[in-house]
Design a protein around this ligand. Structure first.
Ligand code: PEP
Ligand code: MN
Length: 263
């Protein structure tokens, strides 16, 4: 059902006043984790001012170590809702378990399925039944075919509002956090009608590489990017080393202008 053979025209996924897919390049931005009201609202204001169409922020965090910050939970979701109410920017946040679905649907506008859960079929069915827009990330070691089949689960459960996300895969290369597979973007744009976004933050793991890979994502035909941004990355509770500072986010938007403003 996600194949271009079934539907030739591009799907546009809408939530709030955001549209992903179609002619404009959509920038979704915000911190890796929601950490406090002041942290979230201040960065939300900056990314909104410079043209982000949606705010990202994790409240349930899939951390490699159980001793690292695990997210604010439902309090974080409430802060995302508050940011939307105050600034008029719709939100994207990761759902990790079926038991979180009620709260997620109440407080956020688009449900992110993280890389580690791309093949959590119970969760895929639950977001499929919810009808909320879904941002589905490619698994760390998933093939493109497996990503498409994960999307098929959501579609088959009744939800066609799916955004695919290339966020880098595991390879033998260790200089960067992951290897951003831009082949996948060009390939997916031919194979499926679903919008495809790129996550250059997790794709590289290095702040200084985020802007160049964002440009590359736009050039290869992605429908947008999802980037991590923090006004004080040294103090971030997760992924600070890959977060764009406020001035860097402004520069990113400057460089992406021709794509963001395309008619
Ligand atoms: C995130 O978006 O912060 C995240 C954990 O992403 P991924 O699932 O791609 O690792
Ligand atoms: Mn992160």
């Amino acid at each position: 059902m996600v194949s271009r053979e079934v539907q030739a025209h591009d799907t546009v996924v809408r939530f709030g006043n955001a549209a992903v897919g179609g002619d404009k390049f959509a920038v979704i931005a915000g911190p890796c984790s929601v950490e406090s009201e002041e942290q979230l609202l201040s960065v939300a204001e900056v990314v909104k001012k410079h043209g982000a169409v949606a705010l990202r922020g994790g409240a349930y965090k899939p951390r490699t170590s159980p001793y690292d910050f695990q997210g604010m939970g439902v309090e974080g979701l409430k802060l995302l809702q508050k940011a939307n109410q105050q600034l008029g920017i719709p939100t994207v946040s990761e759902v990790m378990e079926v038991s979180q679905m009620d709260a997620m649907c109440e407080y956020v506008d688009c449900l992110q399925i993280g890389a580690r859960n791309m093949q959590n079929y119970a969760l895929l069915k639950a977001v499929g039944e919810s009808k909320k827009p879904v941002l589905l990330k490619r698994g760390l070691s998933a093939t493109i075919e497996e990503l498409l089949l994960a999307a098929e689960y959501i579609y088959d459960a009744g939800n066609p509002n799916i955004i695919l996300c290339e966020r880098g895969i595991r390879t033998y290369e260790t200089a960067t956090r992951n290897t951003l597979d831009l082949n996948a973007v060009a390939y997916l744009k031919q194979r499926t009608h679903l919008p495809v976004v790129v996550d250059p933050s997790h794709g590289t793991g290095v702040r200084e590489l985020v802007i160049p890979l964002s440009r590359a994502a736009a050039a290869v035909g992605a429908d947008g990017i999802i980037v991590e941004s923090h006004l004080n990355p040294c103090e971030a509770l997760s992924d600070g080393h890959q977060a764009l500072t406020g001035p860097m986010f402004e520069q990113l938007m400057q460089e992406l202008k021709p794509f963001v403003e395309a008619a």
